[in-house]
Design a protein around this ligand. Structure first.
Ligand code: 5GP
Length: 117
């Protein structure tokens, strides 16, 4: 599968679709999920055109990878979710990924039910 530059998150990155932004830098953008599944439901996405977790870790530069995960940490710090949180990266068809641009869900703000793992 090749990267589709018309996916929703690519359009958000280009400013064609609005989002409720939390923070960003040259490596990442963090914004609220439009259909939140918890009191805190944030999406963190890399700025580059990567399909999923494997594609990002395979093709992105070390700088992009470190920058992205440092950004994720900055979001965790900013949201003050000391009671805990969950990170999810749905990848591909069996992983339930709907938007084909790598993203990490950050869920917090209540005790989350146990998922499959
Ligand atoms: P996935 O199922 O691909 O892991 O997650 C995609 C997420 O993107 C879903 O949680 C969905 O609610 C969210 N989403 C879909 N369209 C939009 C949108 O236009 N804006 C925002 N902020 N979130 C979106």
């Amino acid at each position: 599968m090749t990267y589709d530059s018309d996916n929703i998150f690519a359009r958000i990155l280009r400013g064609e679709i609005a989002c409720e932004k939390i923070s960003e830098d040259e490596y990442y953008l963090a914004f609220h999920d439009r259909y939140p599944k918890a009191p805190v439901h944030v999406l963190i996405i890399p700025k580059g055109p990567y399909l999923d977790a494997f594609d990002f870790h395979h093709r992105a530069s070390s700088l992009e990878i470190v920058g992205f995960y440092k950004g994720l940490n900055a979001v965790i710090e900013k949201l003050q979710i000391s009671e805990g949180y969950r990170l999810i990266a749905n990848s591909g068809h069996h992983g339930g990924q709907e938007v084909p641009h790598y993203h990490v869900h950050l869920l917090a703000g209540r005790k989350l039910e146990k998922s499959i793992v």
